[in-house]
Design a protein around this ligand. Structure first.
Ligand SMILES: Nc1nc2c(ncn2[C@@H]2O[C@H](COP(=O)(O)OP(=O)(O)OP(=O)(O)O)[C@@H](O)[C@H]2O)c(=O)[nH]1
Ligand SMILES: [Mg+2]
Length: 188
């Protein structure tokens, strides 16, 4: 049995908690508290420590899904979980003030996860705000991380099929990274 630890990161209100809820086969663990920053995200609660869920892929690969808080004042959780993670689902809400800047900031913070396994970008809330279009994100990803295979999707975090597509493309890249590393080890 293989285990993958995947982080869900991104700004406040991008849909990290919702995405884990959509994907998880077990009842999720959430750490929600009253949201005092309604300007950034107009919702009742916000994650203060982490979300946790699990999903099995293939016959028996267990994927541990950890959602991080979007607010910077809870940064310490990022550091703790980053060490164990092999992949990143980077969620960005298209209706934020400057979502491409959010993409920049989170790729800068978590970009090294590409080397550890893989990254996928999921742009949410495109029904609320259709612009910027997906190609703007893809272009920016290519600029910031040239030559890397980082898929970019639009997805509704409430839709488990769409979230599953994002997650499976990430897992395919993680498995490819592991296979390349194993063959390099054998060759050395
Ligand atoms: N209309 C619409 N709503 C969405 C979409 N994706 C997610 N949502 C909603 O947007 C909100 C996202 O909230 P959360 O899941 O709490 O976001 P989060 O990223 O966990 O936020 P923090 O924990 O505060 O950082 C929820 O109300 C979701 O139902 C989408 O594609 N369209
Ligand atoms: Mg949350």
């Amino acid at each position: 049995m293989t285990e993958h630890v995947i982080l869900f990161a991104g700004p406040m209100g991008a849909g990290k908690t919702t995405a884990i809820e959509s994907l998880s086969e077990i009842e999720t663990i959430r750490t929600e508290a009253i949201n005092t920053d309604r300007e950034t995200a107009d919702k009742d609660t916000t994650t203060v420590a982490l979300d946790y869920g699990e999903i099995t892929v293939g016959d028996e690969d267990k994927v541990r899904l950890y959602g991080l808080p979007g607010q910077r004042r809870f940064d310490f959780m990022w550091t703790i979980l980053n060490e164990r993670a092999v992949g990143l689902v980077l969620l960005v809400n298209n209706d934020a003030a400057d979502p491409i800047k959010d993409l920049d900031e989170f790729l800068e913070e978590f970009g090294e996860l590409h080397e550890k396994g893989g990254i996928v970008v999921c742009v949410t809330r495109t029904d609320v705000a259709p612009i910027p279009r997906i190609d703007k994100y893809a272009e920016r990803v290519r600029e910031l991380m040239p030559g890397r295979m980082i898929p970019v999707f639009t997805a509704d975090a409430r839709n488990s099929d769409q979230m599953r597509t994002c997650l499976m493309s990430l897992i395919a890249n993680i498995e490819m990274t592991a296979m390349i590393a194993a063959s390099e080890e054998r060759a050395a």
